[in-house]
Structure formats: structure tokens, C-alpha cells
Design a protein around this ligand. Structure first.
Ligand SMILES: Cc1cc2nc3c(=O)[nH]c(=O)nc-3n(C[C@H](O)[C@H](O)[C@H](O)COP(=O)(O)OP(=O)(O)OC[C@H]3O[C@@H](n4cnc5c(N)ncnc54)[C@H](O)[C@@H]3O)c2cc1C
Length: 368
């Protein structure tokens, strides 16, 4: 009997777990390691902040999903992987030996990329911690008008600043002032000009001040920007880009230049074929794709197929991720912007479309 260890309950592993529930792997004992008893779906977090969803609606409970799949659930996190000894060290103090390892632990956000951020800022990841801190921020906002600044001009930053504006200003009428610091570019700079224009208009309509500047330091009550400006800030929210977990550096696994697990077309490590990786923690060595939930979701079925083939002794199947992806950007209220390459549209119907897709995704993994 082989031991398959699934690290992290990311998008692709949710699919693997569900598929194991429908058809188990007779020749493997499977363990799931996850630091939280539920997986909060990141695509619905802006809707949670905006007040459109309750916590249960955006979360998948992992213990019932694992139980239905006859997978052992270990409620802890990995602190180290040794790809030579084929072991995983856990925060609980245990060491797990594996025959086959699959990682879908997502990205992390560097606490130290901006001085002072570790001490003063709220980080969007881990999402569980953000949820707790955001709730405290919401309570504080009821007591006085806050200056809230989101740092990060990508999709997560843009969605969150509009969600915060909706909840704090349009719904709760706390008098909060919202700003976005993009890092120096236009918001959503990696998207087409049409998307950028629509995003700029959406931010302007909601009276969100945009600083196309970098944040150099976070201090108590203020941010220092690259231009030399000092921006008043009671609540800095960091929606910075994705970084690789630091514990990968000592794993012995081949890594990309930026520290993610280098994988082949079969989703195996380029250095250790018994190790698979999918989602944001992986970096394909043969094709370049952005890190996003869409690609993480799509990697689920090929990952499942190749884990079965690898454990069963069959030839693995190459997987070609799609070149483009549909992005649906929530605008805080019940509207959203859809983008596909150069093309962009927006409206209430786009929100309803996104809402349906997101609810169906989470609903697929709910047991009972
Ligand atoms: C606010 C926000 C909104 C977003 N909206 C969208 C969107 O609309 N569309 C889109 O495509 N992308 C979106 N993204 C990006 C998207 O969240 C990521 O690309 C996606 O989550 C990556 O999925 P994943 O499966 O790799 O990892 P994750 O979804 O991050 O899952 C990783 C899991 O592994 C667990 N884990 C972490 N470390 C360990 C460890 N050491 N040991 C064990 N388990 C561990 C985590 O707790 C988590 O459960 C958004 C991101 C944010 C922050």
C-alpha cells in the first residue's frame, strides 16, 4: 500500500478529494494536511467583505470531504519537505513518510517586503487570518471614520478596495475614506487597456483615491510613498503579489527562479517524479501562465488522473493549460467586470454570472 500525501486543500486538491470520494484508490492510503478545518474560497472573499455572503457560503468544510473520500485528515501545516528522504515535517511535531507527495499549498505574502508592514498591516493571506482581522477592522470602523488604504494594484487589491468601500461607506455609512496604492502602475496593469479603463472608472465612481505609486514603509497611522508623500492610514491592507513559501528552499526540489516548485507537463516536479504540484505553488517549466484561481481549478482533473496513473503504474498524461482565461472582477456592489484578452464588459449581469459560477464551485465540494 502506497502512502499519498496531499499538502494543502487548494483548488486542485478539492477536486482530487471529491474524485476520491467517487472512486477510491485501492492501492493507496491517502492523507490530507491542512492548517485550517475549512477552505475559504478566495474568489468569494471580496463578496464576503462586501457583505454579500456569510462565512459558510464561501467555505468548504474539509473533514466531511476527506471522510467521504476515506482520506485521513491532519489538521496542521507542513513546515518542511525533504524530497530525498521523502518526508514532510508537520507543525504538530510529526514527520510523515510518503511514497507520493502532491502540493497545492498556494502562495504566501511576504511579511517583510515593505518595512513596518509586519507590525502594522493586515495581510490578505492567510485568508483565515484576514477574515478575523477584517471583522475587527469593521468593528473599529463603527466607532470613527477610518482612513483605509489597500496596497496592491492587482485583481485582489482592486476587488478588495471596492468591497471595503461598499461595506464601510455604501452600506454601513461609517464615513471611511478608501485609497488604493498600486505599486507604481495603473490598477490591473497586467490586463488590457479596456479593462484598465473600466477599473479606473469604477474606482473613481466609488470615490476611491488611486495612488500610482509604491509603498516604501508602513508606520503607525501613515504610509510613506515613493514620491515622498505621507499618506494618512489607520488600516493598511496588504494585497501584494504572491511569493513562494520559504520552506521550499530547503526541500531539495528543483525550484523556479522565484522559488516556486518547477513542474513538467505531467505536473510532476522536474527533479523528483514522486512529487506533484499544482496551483500557485507550482511553476510550469515549459509554459508560462499567470498565477490565478482559474488555472488552479483547471489543474484539478489532470492532477487527479496523473496521481492515479503514477500510483497504478501507468503512463502519465501531459496537460496543456489554456492560453487565456476569463476573469470576473467584483466591483463591491452587485456589479462586476468581465475580461477575456482585450475584451471587457461590465454590469449587474456579470456579477450574477460570477455569483452563479462561484456558488456552484463551493457547492460541488459541500457534503450533505
Ligand atoms: C482576495 C482575493 C481574491 C481573488 N480572486 C480571484 C478570482 O476572482 N479569480 C482568480 O482566478 N483568482 C483570484 N485570486 C487568486 C487566487 O486566490 C489564487 O490564485 C488561488 O487561491 C490559488 O489557488 P491554490 O489552489 O494554488 O491555493 P489556495 O487557494 O491558496 O489554497 C492553498 C491551501 O493550502 C493551505 N496551506 C498553505 N500552506 C500550507 C502548509 N504549509 N501546509 C499545508 N497546507 C497549507 C492553505 O491553508 C490553503 O487551504 C484571488 C486572491 C485573493 C487574495
Amino acid at each position: 500500500m502506497k502512502h499519498l500525501v496531499l499538502l494543502g486543500a487548494g483548488h486542485a486538491h478539492l477536486h482530487v478529494l471529491k474524485a476520491l470520494g467517487a472512486q477510491s484508490m485501492a492501492s493507496a492510503h491517502v492523507s490530507l494536511v491542512s492548517p485550517f478545518p475549512r477552505q475559504m474560497y478566495s474568489g468569494m472573499v471580496p463578496g464576503l467583505v462586501a457583505g454579500h455572503y456569510g462565512l459558510d457560503e464561501v467555505s468548504v468544510a474539509l473533514a466531511p470531504l476527506a471522510a467521504a473520500a476515506k482520506v485521513e485528515f491532519l489538521d496542521t501545516s507542513a513546515t518542511a519537505v525533504d524530497a530525498v528522504a521523502k518526508t514532510v515535517d508537520l507543525l504538530s511535531g510529526e514527520t510523515l513518510a510518503y511514497d507520493v507527495l502532491s502540493l497545492d499549498t498556494g502562495p504566501v505574502m511576504s511579511r517583510d517586503a515593505i518595512p513596518g508592514a509586519r507590525q502594522h498591516a493586515l495581510f490578505v493571506r492567510p485568508i483565515e487570518h484576514f477574515n478575523r482581522l477584517w471583522t475587527a477592522l469593521f468593528e473599529l470602523a463603527q466607532t470613527r471614520a477610518l482612513d483605509v488604504v489597500v496596497v496592491g494594484g492587482g485583481a485582489a487589491g482592486v476587488e478588495l478596495v471596492m468591497a471595503l468601500q461598499h461595506r464601510l461607506c455604501a452600506v454601513a455609512k461609517t464615513g471611511a475614506r478608501l485609497s488604493l496604492v498600486t505599486g507604481g502602475t495603473a490598477p490591473m496593469a497586467s490586463h488590457s487597456i479596456k479593462v484598465q479603463l473600466r477599473v479606473k472608472q469604477a474606482l473613481k465612481r466609488r470615490q476611491i483615491t488611486v495612488f500610482e505609486d509604491s509603498c516604501l514603509e508602513v508606520r503607525e497611522g501613515a504610509l510613506l510613498l515613493g514620491s515622498g508623500a505621507r499618506l494618512a492610514c489607520d488600516a493598511p491592507v496588504m494585497a501584494l503579489g504572491s511569493s513562494a513559501p520559504t520552506w521550499l528552499a530547503q526541500s531539495g526540489l528543483a525550484l523556479s527562479e522565484d522559488g516556486f516548485i518547477a513542474t513538467t507537463a505531467t505536473l510532476q516536479s522536474t527533479s523528483h517524479p514522486d512529487v506533484f504540484a499544482a496551483g500557485d505553488v507550482a511553476s510550469r517549466s515549459d509554459v508560462s501562465r499567470p498565477r490565478s484561481g482559474v488555472y488552479a481549478v483547471r489543474a484539478g482533473p489532470p492532477l487527479e488522473a496523473n496521481l492515479r496513473l503514477h500510483i497504478g503504474g501507468g503512463a502519465l498524461l501531459p496537460y496543456q493549460p489554456q492560453a487565456r482565461s476569463l476573469n470576473l472582477l467584483a466591483c463591491g456592489d452587485h456589479s462586476a467586470i468581465a475580461s477575456w484578452g482585450e475584451w471587457a464588459v461590465q454590469g449587474g449581469w456579470v456579477w450574477r454570472w460570477k455569483d452563479k459560477i462561484d456558488r456552484e464551485f463551493v457547492g460541488r465540494y459541500r457534503m450533505g
